[in-house]
Design a protein around this ligand. Sequence first.
Ligand SMILES: [Fe+2]
Ligand SMILES: [Fe+2]
Length: 185
Amino acid sequence: MKDIEEIKKYLKIILSEKRYLHSIATMKMAIKLAKKYNIDTQKAALTALTHDIGKELAYEEKLKYAKDKNIEIDEIERKSPGLLHGKIGANIVKEKYAFSKDMQDAIKYHTTGHPNMDLLAKIIFVADKIEETRDYEDVEKVRKLAFEDINKCIIYILNYNIKANTKNGKLVHENSILTIEKLKR
Ligand SMILES: [Fe+2]
Ligand SMILES: [Fe+2]
């Protein structure tokens, strides 16, 4: 497995300054959450650091990458290819860094959520939304909830996003709905 410094150097080249700083901040938050919930901090750090590795490919590049690598694109992803950066990122870390399946899945699921999320995936999902550079109305509340009850925190974030998307006329991915249903059980 590659080391963190080497990956940081690569991300610094391919990502904008803002997204690079977001990636570092997500890593820092994922380490805190990994400690709180007793999972491997190194694994959480590497996964969080690379979670947006596919994000800055242009629209056409995303579609081409997915096609070249036989990545399945659903209807909502075709309309909002931004969503595809999870699946693309998962494939990049598999090929480039030989990350394990659970790390790939955590990256795959970090945008919409997924009913099959394990604890690593939950931590990456949440760390992405609450890292220190994030600023939105409820962020302090969500940060607190993250360390109290990670499942409730995910439900809160997804409901918040669904409301925002609906208001902005954007589509809601069914994985978000399925995740809420699963976590409420
Ligand atoms: Fe992302
Ligand atoms: Fe992100």
